[in-house]
Design a protein around this ligand. Structure first.
Ligand SMILES: [Zn+2]
Ligand SMILES: [Zn+2]
Length: 173
């Protein structure tokens, strides 16, 4: 048996085995380099993954299973995109009752005339229904129930105020 092995262990076979070993060593090194590079680009702790990658075969496999799913650059881009979309949504929305596309500062839906925004009683700017204070002039916004009364009162005051200054309180219920 030993004789057979020494007979087979020719310089050619030795060369071939050495070549295979060299390729394996290069592959091993490349695997570590790939893991470190990939972990770095994905924003993971690359120095920890480098230690894992030192384990031959198993290390890179474990890394490819457990690596973070997104590249750091992609993630930044995605965050930017989400932020941009949110800003666009803030600028453009759709009418709650008919779905018509409306811009953020529309007060009425141009199609179905639904009230989309409230107007500040003091500076007349469009206010989001969720706001409790006017961000332009710091006037507190009345809660939803009171709003209609306030608007009616303001309108009445504007109309009647010209004729009779004391009429302002007449329209209160
Ligand atoms: Zn509408
Ligand atoms: Zn205001």
């Amino acid at each position: 048996m030993m004789e057979l092995l020494t007979q087979l262990w020719t310089p050619e076979v030795k060369m071939a085995v050495m070549a295979v070993l060299a390729v394996l060593v290069i592959l091993y090194a490349l695997c570590i380099v790939w893991v470190v590079r990939d972990a770095y680009m994905r924003g993971a702790r690359w120095y920890l993954w480098a230690v894992v990658a030192i384990v031959p075969v198993l290390g890179p496999i474990v890394y490819s299973i457990m690596r973070p799913p997104l590249m750091q650059m992609d993630r930044n881009e995605q965050e930017l995109e989400i932020a941009l979309k949110q800003r666009q949504l803030m600028k453009y929305g759709e009418c709650g009752s008919c779905g018509y596309p409306v811009e953020a500062d529309y007060v009425l839906c141009p199609q179905c005339h639904t009230q989309l925004k409230n107007l500040c009683a003091r500076c007349d700017r469009a206010l989001d229904p969720a706001w409790t204070v006017c961000p332009f002039c710091a006037t507190p916004v009345a809660p939803a129930g009171e709003r209609r009364a306030v608007r009616r009162r303001a309108a009445a005051a504007a109309v009647e105020g010209a004729n009779n200054p004391r009429a302002e309180f007449a329209s209160e219920e």
